[in-house]
Design a protein around this ligand. Structure first.
Ligand code: SF4
Length: 485
């Protein structure tokens, strides 16, 4: 079936398309300007009629029709917003679907609440304003508000308080839903020693910048891929470089995202302990063996439980577990069973992601999976929001990604005092994060709130072979950091 979006008299294509996708996900729209009206069963026209100063929409969808028009406001941003809302109302009327996040399409709903609170609104006023503007459900507003109130207490206040991210972009095998730039350990085996060497050099360079500009590293996060894919010796070398070159006297948390249970060994956990990292993540994603098999993970549910228990035995008292709602072949009952079993292990935080179907993942083309799963995934997210607070976990970070099933969110729940600052910083865009390793980006936030991003190369061979070039490019970081002094 074909779908067309027709734009007349305006340039609001991006936002209009985002609103249409809330109701009609997973289709490729034919995008048309007014000159090329398509012959299509399903077509959505949005128009700014400048002669009459009217905003208009006409929707033909699955044999039904809706139209509306209203006077255009003076401001361009308001014109865009009103046209989007008109389209949203039309699509809601025709489909009967009530999107939980309303017409909010951005990835940082919590930032909207924090902004409103910073403007002096009370929590009630902030919620009421956002509800009226974006038509967000009460349930999601409460989730965003609770998260914002916890973040407000944790967020650093000085621009010199920064995060440090170290990338180890290798994994034992590639999961079927993966959209990250991760490389199978088997194919990248020969590159790893050189990669580790260059990464240590980059850590040293960043350590020097941190010292020169008197920055205070609040959080260190070693992520991936799966950082524990490399050997214990290689992991030790990387962590030793951090210890040698980065002043960590102000560091509030040090995380190694161990990740896949099949890579976690006692030796690697001992290295992490010796190097004083205090938080790890053991990520089962699901505790249903058949689902693990379906998504291409080479471990069982029992291995995930054992990796968690081993970490506890070795003294880790801040362990996160990641789960995904909406995995292929998982059911509501399966997810519920996983969630309850994970809660019974008493990890310190539990992060519940909603499956994201990106082009790079094999599932992108599995439209049937995407369309049939949405109501179930909404139930899974609802169950998490109910069961986790009942068991002492509060939401402390929340973000949305494009192409998540049902436009839902990813939420980090934690026990009080075990919130992960880095996770908040990465979504907040208010603090500087310096990144080392391939695929890592550095973002520098200056006093005017300006954000500069410097991206490292995506692939290990490029990172290794063009390291000199990359470090020259990274001098831009020093220029931006001057602003913080
Ligand atoms: S463990 Fe994570 S990064 Fe690695 S392949 Fe699976 S989803 Fe991708």
């Amino acid at each position: 079936m074909s779908y067309a979006l027709i734009f007349k008299g305006h340039d609001f294509e991006y936002e209009i398309q985002a609103v249409a996708k809330i109701f009609i996900p997973n289709v490729r729209f034919e995008l048309c300007r007014e000159q090329q009206i398509p012959v299509s069963d399903n077509r959505i026209l949005t128009e700014f009629d400048r002669n009459q100063n009217l905003l208009k929409t006409e929707i033909f969808l699955n044999g039904k029709f809706y139209s509306d028009s209203a006077p255009a406001p003076a401001e361009t941003s308001e014109q865009e917003f009103r046209l989007c809302k008109m389209l949203y109302t039309g699509l809601q009327t025709l489909t009967g679907y009530q999107p939980p996040w309303g017409m909010l399409t951005g990835i940082r709903p919590v930032r909207k609440v924090l902004d409103a609170l910073e403007q002096g609104l009370t929590p009630e006023q902030a919620c009421s304003e956002l509800k009226q503007k974006y038509l967000i459900s009460n349930e999601k507003l409460q989730l965003a508000l609770q998260t914002a109130l916890i973040q407000k207490k944790i967020l650093p206040h000085s621009l010199k308080e920064i995060g440090l991210y170290i990338s180890i972009p290798f994994c034992p095998t590639r999961c079927s839903y993966c959209s990250f730039v991760s490389h199978s350990i088997e194919s990248a085996k020969n590159l790893i020693p050189d990669y580790v060497g260059k990464l240590c050099q980059e850590i040293q360079i960043l350590g020097e910048l941190i010292q020169k500009y008197d920055l205070s590293v609040q959080s260190v996060y070693i992520g991936g891929g799966t950082p524990t894919s490399v050997s214990a010796e290689q992991l030790r070398k990387i962590m030793q470089a951090i210890r040698n070159h980065v002043d960590m006297s102000h560091t509030r948390e040090y995380t190694v995202e161990a990740g896949r249970p099949d890579t976690i060994t006692e030796e690697k956990l001992q290295v992490i302990r010796e190097m004083n990292a205090d938080r790890i993540s053991v990520n089962p994603q699901t505790l249903q063996d058949s689902v693990l098999q379906k998504i291409g993970r080479c471990h069982t549910a029992q291995q995930a439980v054992e990796a968690f228990q081993l970490a506890r035995k070795l003294g880790f008292d801040n362990i996160n577990m990641d789960l995904i709602a909406g995995l292929p072949s998982d059911t509501y009952e399966g997810f519920s069973d996983t969630l309850r079993k994970v809660i019974a292990l008493h990890p310190d935080s539990i992060t519940v992601h909603t499956l994201t179907v990106k082009r790079a993942g094999n599932l992108y083309h599995d439209e049937q999976h995407q369309n049939t799963e949405i109501p179930i995934v909404e139930k899974m997210a609802g169950l998490s929001a109910e069961l986790l607070p009942e068991n002492g976990y509060q939401p402390y970070y929340l973000y949305r990604q494009k192409n998540t099933l049902g436009n839902l969110e990813n939420v980090g729940y934690s026990r009080t005092g075990k919130e992960n600052l880095y996770n908040i910083l990465i979504m907040d865009d208010r603090q500087t994060i310096l990144g080392a390793g391939c695929g890592a980006s550095s973002k520098i936030i200056t006093s005017g709130g300006n954000l500069t991003r410097v991206m490292n190369y995506k692939f290990p061979y490029e990172y290794i072979n063009r390291f000199g070039e990359l470090m020259t490019k990274k001098q831009q970081i020093a220029i931006e950091l001057e602003e913080l002094t």
